[in-house]
Ligand binder design. Structure first.
Ligand SMILES: Cc1cc2nc3c(=O)[nH]c(=O)nc-3n(C[C@H](O)[C@H](O)[C@H](O)COP(=O)(O)OP(=O)(O)OC[C@H]3O[C@@H](n4cnc5c(N)ncnc54)[C@H](O)[C@@H]3O)c2cc1C
Ligand code: FES
Length: 251
């Protein structure tokens, strides 16, 4: 973990509320693993004081990509960055996805901006068959950038499967019955809770979970998640954000 002063290369709008930010940060680009995140200081001013956590979306040479939705003040400020601006970034943080081991098909299931870490994960899954289930409220909010073999679900049925992305995966799962699959899930916690239930005792499944965060590296104790064995808590920033689905209780 280290701090770098990166330079904004570009900021592209992917849809109404989603942006792709590219920064030049060679040291970070070589160090990062898929599923890890960085804490970005979005402003040189004192407000917002706290850094904001963002998954690394992709890396290409010296360039690190972040994909983000505007939520509040911090992300609004980030969406105004211009080419050449400098950004103070702390990373890499967290553990990342485990892509090692014996499986044939990687099933990526993402809801909304939860798909952000998938492009880099896909890059690290070379040689595996990949299916990417992408869910959103409607077709305007779908994010397809950097995805592979996309299966789309929208809550309002405006594109692809009519319903949520977990229901879509369940409707397709029988086609994968004879294959050794590993699921990688990322999205809002209610979606991950539903996926956790589907995966229970049936699938090898890793979930990248969300939490409010402050420090991002285990000091403030601000991001606890209950262990499923009842033996206390993990810290999402340090022990996660990726957990095996049977390790944690998602509230
Ligand atoms: C490990 C990790 C990785 C993340 N990766 C990404 C990413 O790749 N792209 C991305 O767009 N976002 C990501 N997030 C969420 C992102 O950090 C928040 O959207 C951001 O901090 C909001 O800052 P803000 O100042 O704009 O909003 P704030 O003013 O802090 O909050 C505005 C509103 O957004 C809600 N909010 C704040 N944080 C979150 C959150 N973590 N999840 C859902 N709602 C939240 C608040 O409750 C509030 O209602 C990640 C979060 C974590 C913990
Ligand atoms: S955010 Fe400080 S301990 Fe996790």
């Amino acid at each position: 973990m280290f701090t770098v002063l990166s330079t904004v290369e570009s900021l592209e709008r992917l849809n109404k509320n989603t942006f792709l930010l590219k920064v030049k940060a060679p040291q970070l680009a070589t160090a990062i693993k898929p599923g890890q995140f960085c804490n970005i200081k979005v402003s040189d001013a004192d407000y917002p004081l706290l850094r904001r956590p963002f998954s690394v979306c992709y890396t290409d040479g010296d360039t690190v990509y972040f994909m983000f939705d505007i939520q509040g003040e911090g992300t609004r400020i980030l969406a105004e960055k211009k080419t050449g601006d400098q950004l103070d970034i702390l990373g890499p943080l967290g553990n990342g996805f485990n892509t090692e081991g014996d499986f044939e098909v990687a099933v990526l299931i993402g809801g909304g901006i939860g798909v952000a870490p998938f492009p880099l994960l896909i890059k690290h899954l070379e040689g595996k068959e990949i299916l990417t289930f992408v869910g959103a409220r409607n077709s305007e909010q779908l994010i397809k950038w950097g995805m592979r073999n996309i299966l789309v679900a929208t809550d309002d049925g405006s594109e692809g499967f009519n319903g949520n992305v977990i229901a879509y995966f369940q409707s397709e799962a029988n086609k994968l019955e004879n294959k050794k699959i590993r699921i990688f899930g990322c999205g809002p916690n209610p979606m991950l809770k539903a996926l956790q239930k589907v995966a229970e005792k049936k699938y090898d499944c890793q979930l990248s979970i969300e939490s409010a965060m402050a420090c991002g590296f285990g000091i403030c104790q601000g991001c606890p998640v209950k262990k499923s064995d009842g033996m206390g808590y993990y810290l999402v920033c340090k022990d996660g954000p990726v957990f095996n689905s049977d390790q944690i209780v998602i509230e």
